[in-house]
Design a protein around this ligand. Sequence first.
Ligand SMILES: Cc1cc2nc3c(=O)[nH]c(=O)nc-3n(C[C@H](O)[C@H](O)[C@H](O)COP(=O)(O)O)c2cc1C
Length: 210
Amino acid sequence: MTAGGRPVEPAQPDVLTPLLRDRESVLVYDRSHVLGPEALRAILEAARWSPSAGNSQPWGFLVGLRGDDTHAAMVETLSSANRVWAPSASAVIFTLHQVATDEDHEIAYSDYAMFDLGQAVAHITVQARSMGLQVRQFGGFDHRAAAERFAVPPHWAVTTGIALGLPAGPDGDAEMPEWLRARARLPRSRLPLEAFVHSGKFGHAADFLG
Ligand SMILES: Cc1cc2nc3c(=O)[nH]c(=O)nc-3n(C[C@H](O)[C@H](O)[C@H](O)COP(=O)(O)O)c2cc1C
């Protein structure tokens, strides 16, 4: 298997904590699972307590729960492919990061805002895994329409989406089209460490990799 002409490695190794080893971007969710307020709050606390440049905390989250108006409005902005699977997750979250000062210059701008948001989402992912849940992040939605629909101020950028829920059981979800179920079964793979861990100079694989 290759990516961009470079070999890739299948399957995540046992050295990873199970929270990371068993994480994957799930496409098929249990439509009957309801995410309660306590669980949702715990997941968002994970974002709240993630690190950020100067403790700027330049993130925001719009949360829609399957069945509520926010969720319905979010679904309308999804790309056609994402609309097939994402609505079946228990929650859809749109992430935001701060891109500029507000009109009163009260909010500090951080050059690292998108980085910090990404890290907060990683914390959400791990917290969700610890609770038996999974997420799939997505970029495929109309960001502009989302910003308009949810009255996002100009100094905030709608950034990504997160589908969050309980993975469907072994029989999957009979309502999902076969192309999607086939995609969900594809093996996961990654570039080897040698492709991106350098020492001495960029492009020189670190010696400790052996
Ligand atoms: C910023 C971002 C955007 C993504 N956009 C989409 C998307 O629009 N649709 C989708 O099905 N998956 C999307 N994904 C999921 C990736 O395809 C997935 O993370 C990648 O294939 C690796 O699989 P894994 O997370 O199971 O290891 C996105 C992931 C990220 C982080």
